[in-house]
Design a protein around this ligand. Structure first.
Ligand SMILES: Cc1cc2nc3c(=O)[nH]c(=O)nc-3n(C[C@H](O)[C@H](O)[C@H](O)COP(=O)(O)O)c2cc1C
Length: 246
């Protein structure tokens, strides 16, 4: 593996939110999970389990559970600071319009916080360090899932609403997930039915700082706000079912 191959892979890995309903070979699912289990985790605790959801009824129920919280998330979004512009969710869209609903496979990454007892005592007894190390390991496994899927020509989408309180609770009950495991996040997996739009990227040089960094080397509040606004608008565009017309 050389640098160019890695750079190409990470550029190719994009959130693709339009899926063909065609099934994925089971072997590919196993291969993707095989890669993820090699992810680094704090003190090699490997605090993960992978729950593959292929059953269409279960997938539909997960979509319904996420739909349940949409009225509340929309109301919360109305309280955003006005300088940010449009709410992230366009009015008139329902969960059925969100394209992860057509993906043939979901993988739910579960975290097992019981493994935290294996962390060194100075971390185990420091709540924020413990949580950070545990969550970072899960995040690593999760991104490995995305990268592995990309190498097999598959599209992936994060579906983070699955770890919010109500949705997590109901999925756990519906799928018999033991009470001491936690949903980290869910990935929707399938063959892509569109090309992602070019990614809005920050400038490389702007984000690299060397040695003693004076305050001038970092972005001002205004510059951060301006970027947040652009990134939100870009992101909203990426979620639309139809490509942006402007
Ligand atoms: C922690 C995290 C949570 C995310 N949650 C969602 C999500 O719930 N739904 C979604 O469509 N995309 C989600 N994304 C994807 C981001 O929106 C996406 O990575 C970002 O806009 C950059 O686009 P790219 O993935 O095409 O490079 C999430 C990404 C991260 C890292």
């Amino acid at each position: 593996m050389d640098y160019e191959s890695l750079l190409n892979l990470v550029k190719k890995r994009r959130s693709i939110r339009r899926f063909k309903p065609d099934p994925i070979p089971d072997d590919d699912i196993t291969k993707i999970i095989d890669v993820a289990r090699w992810a680094p985790s704090g003190f090699n605790m490997q605090p993960w389990e992978f729950l593959v959801v292929k059953n269409p009824d279960l997938r539909e129920k997960i979509v319904e559970l996420i739909s349940d919280i949409r009225p509340l998330t929309r109301r919360m979004e109305q309280t955003r600071e006005t300088w940010m512009g449009k709410p992230w969710k366009m009015t008139g869209l329902t969960e059925k319009d969100m394209d992860y609903t057509t993906a043939p496979v979901y993988i739910i990454l579960l975290g097992d916080p019981r493994t935290n007892v294996g962390l060194p005592m100075f971390i185990r007894y420091d709540g924020s360090s413990r949580q950070l190390i545990y969550t970072s390991g899960l995040a690593n496994a999760f991104i490995y899932l995305h990268l592995a899927a990309t190498t097999l020509g598959l599209a992936t989408q994060w579906v983070s609403a699955t770890h919010t309180g109500y949705v997590q609770c109901m999925i756990k009950e519906m799928m018999g997930i033991p009470v001491n495991l936690e949903i980290f996040d869910m990935i929707a997996l399938g063959y892509p039915s569109m090309e992602p739009r070019p990614k809005l990227m920050r400038d490389l040089k702007e984000m690299i700082h060397y040695d003693d960094c004076g305050p001038d080397g970092f972005r001002t509040d205004e510059e951060v706000e301006a970027f947040v606004k652009r990134a939100r608008n870009w992101n909203i565009g990426s979620h639309r079912r139809k490509p942006e017309t402007h």
